[in-house]
Design a protein around this ligand. Structure first.
Ligand code: DX5
Ligand code: ZN
Length: 219
């Protein structure tokens, strides 16, 4: 367990889209820490989900922080819309847009926490120059686009290297993709403290039980 504590962030990508408000209230009551919201544009990733109007409608259903993972390119033109819709953390991909530094400045300028995400094929050196502009680093442990994929083991080395790289900075490390009771322990040992779990939570039936089991398995 890191000094910052383990946070469980269920990804609503695996929730019942026809009952999203209800699903949000259920994971809130089940004790989650963040609500992980996957925004996909059918261009940066081969899948399409939802945008600011849906997030805005979800906002009144919980007070828990909205952890908005933007898998969109470009992201800059709509950052203000996501801030306005109720995002607390806005994470952009290092592979999207042309000017990562500017994207992060924009997010902080909107008064939100800034996150940057790395695809499995992107080295951590890509973000070495922006560490003082980020509040969260999201290490993808699957190729983004879909829930229910298998955890890519080489992500563990990257999480460790990111943890070393950030030194004493107050930056959260989030892991996303294929995390379940079997993989969470290794991700936490490597240095992740925010754990995204989509299918592991929503396909598990009893959300409180599943979130509790994840916390136990996190060690
Ligand atoms: C994938 C998304 C993930 C996804 C994880 O592109 O970023 O947040 O929902 O789903 P699981 O936990 O099922 O791998
Ligand atoms: Zn995600």
């Amino acid at each position: 367990m890191t000094a910052m504590g383990i946070k469980i962030a269920p990804s609503i990508l695996s929730a019942d889209f026809a009952r999203l408000g209800e699903e949000l209230r259920a994971i809130d009551a089940a004790g989650c820490d963040y609500i992980h919201i996957d925004v996909m544009d059918g261009h940066f990733v081969p899948n399409l989900t939802f945008g600011p109007p849906v997030i805005e409608k979800l906002r009144p259903h919980t007070k828990k922080p909205f952890d908005v993972h933007l898998m969109i390119d470009p992201a800059q033109p709509s950052l203000a819309d996501y801030a306005k819709a109720g995002a607390d953390i806005i994470t952009v991909h290092a592979e999207a847009d042309k000017h990562l530094h500017r994207s992060l400045q924009m997010i902080r300028g909107l008064g939100k926490k800034a996150g940057v995400s790395l695809n499995p094929g992107t080295p951590e050196s890509t973000i070495a120059e922006v560490l003082d502009l980020v509040d969260l680093i999201l290490v993808m442990s699957v190729n983004p686009g879909f829930g229910g994929q298998s955890f890519i083991a080489s992500s563990l080395g990257k999480i460790k290297r990111v943890r070393d790289m950030i030194g004493g900075r107050k930056i959260e490390i989030e892991v996303d993709g294929g995390v379940n009771a079997d993989t969470i322990g290794d991700a936490v040992s490597a240095g992740a403290n925010v754990i995204v779990a989509g299918s592991a939570v929503f396909k598990g039936g009893d959300y409180a039980k599943t979130i509790g089991a994840l916390r136990t398995a996190a060690g």
